[in-house]
Design a binder for this molecule. Structure first.
Ligand SMILES: [Zn+2]
Length: 220
C-alpha cells in the first residue's frame, strides 16, 4: 500500500510543472541557429509575436510623386507572405486594436530611411507591440518604398538587428534588388520555428520591465 502514496503526491506536482509557462519556457521559444540554414541568426537578437498574423494600422496616407507610399509599404509587407506562404499581417482601422502602427513622415532625420521600435519584456522573446516610421526621401525611387517596407516588417516581426551580408534585404541599408533571400527567410523561420508551432502569451511577473528597442535603418 505504501507504494501508491508517492504516485498520488507526484501526479499534481507534474501537472503544475507542465502547465507553468515561465520565462524561457516553450511558449516563447525560438528555434536553434541550425534549424533553418543558411541564416544570420547569430547577428540578430531574434524576437517573435505570440500569434500571427499581427494587426497593422497605417496612421497616414501619403501621396508623393504619383505614388502612395503606404500602398508601396503594403506591397513590401506582402513579399514576406508570398515568399513564406504564411499569413503574417492583417490591416485594421484603428491604432487601439493594432499590434503595429505604421507612420510615413516627410522630415527625415539625417541619413535615416526608416526606424522600427519593438517592445518586449526584459528577458523575454515575445514582442508586445511595435511602431514603424518610414521617412520620405526626394532621392528615393518611389518603388524603393516597397523594399523599405519589406525590410522594416522584418524588424517588426522579430529580426532585431541586421544581416552582415550586403545581398540580404535585412542588411542595414537594405539590398539592391529589394528581394528577400533564403537567409532572410530562414532567419524569420527560426524565430517562429518554421511557423509550425503556435506559441501563446506568457504571463509576466509583476514588475517585469518593458524594454523598447529602436532599430534604425540608415540610407545607403
Ligand atoms: Zn533595418
Amino acid at each position: 500500500m505504501h507504494f501508491q502514496r508517492p504516485v498520488l503526491w507526484f501526479l499534481p506536482f507534474t501537472l503544475i510543472l507542465t502547465s507553468c509557462a515561465g520565462p524561457g519556457s516553450a511558449a516563447d521559444a525560438i528555434c536553434g541557429p541550425d534549424s533553418f540554414t543558411p541564416n544570420y541568426v547569430s547577428n540578430v537578437n531574434l524576437k517573435k509575436w505570440a500569434s500571427l498574423p499581427i494587426r497593422v494600422y497605417f496612421s497616414t496616407n501619403t501621396n508623393t510623386g504619383g505614388v502612395n507610399i503606404e500602398n508601396e509599404t503594403r506591397q513590401g509587407f506582402d513579399d514576406w507572405e508570398t515568399a513564406l506562404g504564411q499569413n503574417l499581417w492583417t490591416e485594421v482601422t484603428s491604432a487601439s486594436t493594432a499590434n503595429l502602427v505604421v507612420r510615413v513622415q516627410s522630415s527625415a532625420p539625417q541619413s535615416t530611411l526608416a526606424e522600427t521600435t519593438i517592445y518586449f519584456f526584459q528577458g523575454q522573446n515575445i514582442i508586445t507591440r511595435s511602431e514603424m516610421v518610414i521617412y520620405t526621401w526626394p532621392s528615393l525611387p518611389t518603388g524603393g518604398y516597397a523594399g523599405t517596407g519589406t525590410h522594416e516588417l522584418g524588424h517588426a516581426l522579430g529580426i532585431n538587428g541586421h544581416s552582415d551580408v550586403i545581398a540580404d534585404i535585412m542588411y542595414f541599408t537594405g539590398n539592391a534588388t529589394d528581394l528577400l533571400t533564403q537567409r532572410d527567410l530562414n532567419t524569420l523561420r527560426t524565430a517562429y520555428c518554421g511557423f509550425g508551432v503556435s506559441s501563446k502569451t506568457v504571463p509576466m511577473p509583476a514588475g517585469t520591465p518593458l524594454i523598447s528597442q529602436k532599430i534604425t535603418c540608415p540610407a545607403p
